[in-house]
Design a protein around this ligand. Structure first.
Ligand code: SF4
Length: 446
């Protein structure tokens, strides 16, 4: 049972030293009770209190890892209901279903799509991470497909109602820690033993949230920590209601039996690819830890990956690119130098336009704490007396003899200051819009 903030406070050292990041032990205790802090942040808690507080201070939704090494996917670990309250932490794992009843051709096509559908955006590789292999009565084939999917680099969800099929597959891929789907009211003990034997995360399936919580409590009492919850309900409205209910009970009431990530199957909720995509999008927002699609197609996967990227990006920290010198189109000592801010979106637009111009150039990226050019200028981070020292120290003067620095048209106002800061450089004012960069470069530097 969760402890209240006051109950936790009674066990705190009461030094009010602030080392935990908040000024008082009372504030820290309140944060612990709300699942917004970790006990390890206070170095002065006694061992006795640690023991008593261990469950009260555990994260409200456990982080569960499926798969190992490069194929590992972490799901759960969320602490807020709404992204703008803080941030969402572990993006919904996306995967596709392969059934043992499918032809070899279909299996190979799905595995090829899993490997090929990757998208580079803002310096990240967006892709699906999981493959769910469903046993429809052929344990040899179940094991063989699971092995192939694992070799393709996927984290696995193994779906079966047959213990022997699980054992055959786990003999091949057990070391890769697949998620076993699923323990139910009828097979709870045998699935518990299997998951313990192979040290794998275990999904629990039940038609109602109440029964799910009861089964989860039983498995927790047996020592299982890595659980994933599945409400066996194919109605979009009811599944959405249940996902929200699970999240709210876990976060707001710290109801431990529901403090685990969930898995949802859009593949079973619609026969129509467009509807399936809409269903999947709904549960990226609220609140699936894992989603399994019927097939990976670019027109389905790409929008879901972008939606996921947007929702799981920390709203309080702009995405940034590392400060430095970026060579584009093989520049040399006669190539011009452009400068921009380290806001990722700005960097990728500018670098893309320079690349498409085919004009060799050096691109300087200045650390503006993720602010775009105009905002950085207004904040005093993209001004002459910051850019000047950066240009002198970054090493670009050793790379080009042309000494021509192109600044963004939106920051034309700093050109005078820059001429004073960099007397050996010619300061040129580039276009205001990224789309005009190729024409500008071709006109002036070919
Ligand atoms: S670090 Fe510990 S003792 Fe210090 S204020 Fe925080 S909770 Fe209190």
């Amino acid at each position: 049972m969760a402890l209240s903030g006051i109950q936790i406070f009674k066990m705190m050292p009461k030094k009010n030293c602030g080392e935990c990041g908040v000024p008082t032990c009372l504030a820290f205790a309140m944060n612990l009770a709300a699942g917004k802090a970790e006990l390890s942040l206070c170095p002065y808690v006694s061992d006795e209190a640690k023991e008593k507080l261990a469950s009260a201070s555990a994260p409200p939704i456990r982080t569960v890892q499926i798969g190992v090494d490069a194929a590992a996917v972490k799901v759960g670990g969320e602490t807020v209901l709404f992204r703008h309250d803080k941030t969402f932490n572990n993006p919904t794992g996306l995967g596709c279903l392969i059934s043992t009843s499918e032809t070899d051709e279909s299996v190979d096509k799905k595995l090829a799509a899993f490997k090929e559908l990757r998208y580079e955006r803002v310096g990240l590789t967006l892709k699906s991470e999981l493959i769910a292999v469903k046993d429809e009565g052929a344990s040899d084939r179940f094991a063989a497909i699971a092995k192939k999917a694992s070799e393709a680099g996927a984290a696995l969800v193994l779906i079966s109602e047959n213990l022997d099929s699980f054992k055959a597959a786990l003999a091949e891929v057990g070391k890769n820690k697949p998620l076993l789907y699923a323990a139910t009211e009828a097979n709870l003990d045998s699935m518990s033993d299997l998951a313990k034997e192979f040290d794998c995360p275990l999904a629990i399936k039940a038609p109602k949230v109440g029964l799910l919580a009861a089964l989860s409590a039983k498995l927790t009492a047996k020592g299982h920590k890595d659980l994933v919850l599945s409400v066996d309900n194919l109605s979009l409205a009811e599944q959405l209601r249940d996902q929200v209910m699970i999240r709210r009970l876990a976060l707001e009431k710290l109801y431990r039996p529901l403090g685990f990530p969930t898995i949802v199957f859009p593949c079973a909720m619609s026969d129509n690819p467009i509807d399936e995509t809409i269903v999947a999008g709904t549960f990226i927002s609220k609140y699936a830890g894992i989603e399994i699609l019927s097939e990976l197609k670019g027109e389905v996967l790409f929008p879901l990956l972008l939606q996921r990227l947007n929702i799981f990006t920390d709203p309080q920290r702009p995405m940034t690119t590392e400060q430095g010198i970026y060579p584009i189109n093989n520049p040399d000592d006669k190539s011009p130098v452009l400068i921009t801010s380290n806001f990722s979106l700005t960097y990728f637009i500018v670098s893309g336009e320079v690349e498409s111009s085919r004009v060799p150039a050096w691109l300087l990226v200045l650390n503006t704490d993720g602010l775009s050019v105009l905002t950085a200028w207004a904040a005093g981070k993209f001004v002459g007396d910051v850019i000047g020292p950066f240009v002198k120290k970054c090493g670009i003067e050793d790379k080009t003899g042309l000494k021509k620095l192109v600044i963004p048209g939106a920051a034309a106002i700093i050109s005078g200051d820059l001429e004073e800061e960099l007397p050996n450089w010619e300061i040129a004012i580039g276009p205001r819009e990224g789309a005009h960069i190729p024409a500008y470069l071709r006109q002036n530097f070919i």
